[in-house]
Design a protein around this ligand. Sequence first.
Ligand SMILES: [Zn+2]
Length: 443
Amino acid sequence: MPKLNIQLPKGLETQPKEVREAVLETMRQALKLPKELPVTHSGGNEHNMWERNHDDLLADAEDDFYEYLQAPSTQRMADVFLALELTTDGIDMEKAFSMAWSAYSDELMKSPNKRQAKKNAKHLFSDLINAGKAKADQFLKYLQDGAPMTKKEISALNKLLKAKLPEYADKVEAFMTRAGGIGKIRNEAEKQNLQMVGMLVDRFPETIQAARRESLVLTTKEKAAKLPKRTTVMPLTPQESRAVEHATHSAASKITEVTARHIDGIKQLVLRAQKERWSVAKLQQALFDMYGEQNRDWRRVAITELSMATNDAYLSGLEEGESVVGMGSQDACKHCKQYVIGKDFTVMGEAPSEDTYSTDMKHVWAGKSNYGRRVSEYVPAIPMHPNCRCRWHRVSRFYKVPEGGGKPKLKESWELIQEERLKRGMGLDPNLPTPYSMRTSEG
Ligand SMILES: [Zn+2]
């Protein structure tokens, strides 16, 4: 399989024009380079977080990470229901969880390779309540008598809400390492011109340390006959593992923040219901709506943090000075369309010491993000925003992105030759046109 980062033949730039054109044309045909590269057709629906990511490897990671994150929330809310002697009778589940979630959940149940799927499905919550009823410690019976909770009850509620805080650190590292591996695989797949459809990974390392030692072994489903049966992707480089380490810290702190907010939300809701003498039905529905909201939070965290890890690892695997173009789905939001999709950027090896218009708008690096920025302050980065499913895609030296953005198009032979001459310190060939990008410096 030819590599797309192939060098142009030595001495090409000094050959007569006809020879150079012929050689480059032959190379293009050998590399099977299309006239232009599509810029959509990647990522997944940004407006429906329950729709599967178009990248199979990332889609599975999103499902697994989400499932891992939401499980403690489910248990916590079930514990609250049990302690308050609430039931799911008469609860409108569709209202709390949306049709899109229902469709997702049904789909998961059908999936044969999802071990947890049955437990993760719609009835999980009712099952938990039924299973817990016998041994429940119903110490907070909800009475609607308007009486404030006692100090003892509040402290019992606090204890209950914090009872099953999971030890996230190890697992989060495993998921971020997996995302980093997926970024690396994409990088290699592009270099070697491999299709990723139908690709399976034997096993992802679970720690960053392991990922620096162990190669990834890819196999393909038998149906995809055109692909090589087995491909090996080298362990993470120091730069790539650094990106994964940053992603791990950032995901862990995000999860801590969201968990604290969820716990606080439940507590406030229960206190308010007591104070305002809500009916049992009203409290049940309000808690369940909150549970639905928490579930969406975890899906958002899973998508966004995995995106950060995989795209940062991907950028870390590129050479400083390489070009990337943003790819996104057709239904991406206006911010992604305005700033990222179909736009090209120069990769920097490190974050710049100072933000300028050029670094903000024309460059990207691992770790560049819109975290903490208001919409009006957005800069091009992936993820652009929570739930963003755009990604970077290397633009090989054979392509250029048109001024103002769009699909990368094959460069003309003379452009490649001029670039090659400059790279080798030979100056431009006066008999050939000057590439647009070089006109300002050459006068
Ligand atoms: Zn977007």
